[in-house]
Write a protein that binds this ligand. Structure first.
Ligand SMILES: Cc1cc2nc3c(=O)[nH]c(=O)nc-3n(C[C@H](O)[C@H](O)[C@H](O)COP(=O)(O)OP(=O)(O)OC[C@H]3O[C@@H](n4cnc5c(N)ncnc54)[C@H](O)[C@@H]3O)c2cc1C
Length: 422
């Protein structure tokens, strides 16, 4: 800001806040140094009132609706049906969808803030939120046609129903090109056969976005993305997985046995399915990165509070430097993770390339989530090892963020390809 006339800077800030890109450009043309222009244009660390209101609403919801019963839901692997219904009514399941399709019309930054708050308390809920927002709604809104949006996106964005994203198979995880599920072209419809694995919302979803191979000779360019209604004849939901963490979410394998899918349910052109999946996952990683961020900050807040209450050797344990330094490291790493998440979200909101940023955010935040939750248990001593104190659940929940929507190794493949190219 130094050196820039105050009124000019206020006017420029207003243009930036109200997204008057053309006017912002005029400022830059009027001779402002490029560095200063970029600094002002890019480094906005304050949130808008709307973003702060969304954050507060998510925080309140997590405290009042999610915290009671979270331990029991985890223990009994109980899907948070009521809580998800309320999240939908509040507009958290179609946060970034245009209001004309039933969504809340928020930006991705607001989504990150909300995901962090929900994940601090219940990551089983936030994964439902992430899949519905980032994978299902975003994929449909960006690549679906008008009829598909009216029929499927509207109820999904309103949270009247939820969706699932079906890419992984028993033999196709990181290597998603090896799809064995087939969608045979039968003229006016596809005949779907095969098995999908590890499907979040597998039983609770009404709508599936399914990737399947139509033309093997074309490799991944022969894959299609199809919208499949769960109640279609031939859809079989497999048993619920008994998981280490996010135990409230329902993860199932899904079998397709001669399922008839109308041609109008294909998303995009013939063969667009793999690109659809990769583009969608690029944004999905912002959701999982913020889930990891929330798990980490939830564990940190609990550790900080505990360190001020628990006494050892005649003083609160926060007064022991070993504990204070753990808290310092946690706070620093969480802040770095938050900035990476917000940067990826901001790039997406500006319609700039965000895929490298979202991979970095997911890689870093998930590693911070794992490290922070382990240390939060350590700060709690023996109490951290039992369910009542929440941190052991957060540690179990953290692990999945290093695995789904692209493992940490796969993120490093993506990031290294990019840095080696540059
Ligand atoms: C709880 C849960 C929920 C899930 N939800 C969904 C969902 O809703 N929809 C969906 O489609 N999928 C979902 N998944 C699947 C998830 O995305 C996959 O498990 C993940 O992509 C990894 O695939 P994989 O399990 O087959 O492991 P593999 O691909 O077999 O990987 C095994 C190991 O090898 C490493 N590896 C593989 N390839 C490379 C490489 N090229 N370089 C370096 N290392 C490599 C991996 O990083 C990993 O450490 C979910 C999984 C779980 C556990």
């Amino acid at each position: 800001m130094k050196g820039l006339h105050r009124e000019t800077s206020v006017e420029l800030k207003w243009c930036i806040k109200s997204n008057k890109i053309a006017q912002i450009r005029e400022f830059s043309n009027k001779g402002m140094s490029k560095t200063l222009f970029l600094l002002l244009f890019t480094m906005q660390f304050d949130f808008t009132e709307e973003q702060l209101a969304v954050q507060q609403a998510a925080r309140d919801f997590a405290q009042t609706e999610l915290l009671p019963g979270v331990i029991e839901r985890d223990e009994h692997q109980k899907f948070p049906t009521e809580q998800i219904k309320k999240l939908g009514e509040l507009g958290f399941l179609g946060m970034m969808v245009d209001p004309k399709y039933g969504g809340s019309g928020m930006d991705t930054v607001s989504y990150v803030l909300a995901m962090e708050e929900i994940s601090k308390i219940d990551a089983s809920c936030s994964v439902v939120m992430s899949v519905n927002n980032s994978l299902v709604c975003w994929g449909l809104e960006t690549f679906g046609n008008e009829e598909q949006k009216q029929k499927y996106l509207v109820p999904l964005a309103k949270g009247e129903i939820i969706g699932a994203f079906l890419l992984s198979e028993p033999e196709a995880g990181s290597d998603a090109t090896s799809q064995r599920t087939t969608a045979e072209d039968k003229g006016d419809h596809y005949l779907l056969n095969g098995t999908k694995n590890w499907i979040t919302n597998g039983n609770s979803a009404s709508v599936y976005m399914v990737m399947a191979q139509t033309d093997v000779s074309k490799g991944h360019k022969g894959i299609n993305a199809l919208i499949v209604e769960k109640n279609s004849p031939g859809v079989v939901v497999g048993k619920k997985e008994d998981k280490l963490g996010i135990r409230g979410s329902d993860t199932h394998s899904i079998m397709f046995q001669d399922v008839v899918v109308p041609k109008e349910n294909r998303i995009g052109e013939d063969g667009f399915g793999f690109k659809f999946a990769m583009k969608t996952l690029g944004g999905g990683r912002i959701g999982i990165a913020s889930q990891a961020l929330g798990i980490a900050s939830g564990a940190y807040e609990l550790a900080l509070k505990y360190s001020k209450e628990r006494k050892a050797f005649g003083t609160e344990i926060m007064n022991h430097q070993a504990i204070a330094f753990k808290l310092a490291d946690m706070a620093t790493e969480i802040e770095a993770a938050r900035l990476l998440c917000l940067k990826a979200a901001w790039l997406k909101d500006q319609h700039l390339d965000y895929e490298l940023a979202s991979s970095m955010a997911k890689l870093f935040s998930s590693e911070v989530a794992m490290k922070t939750t382990v240390e939060a248990i350590q700060v709690h001593g023996g109490y951290g090892y039992v369910k009542e104190y929440h941190v052991e659940r957060l540690m179990r929940d953290a692990k999945i963020t290093q695995i789904y929507e692209g493992t940490s190794e796969v993120q490093r493949v993506v990031i290294s390809r990019s840095v080696l190219k540059g």
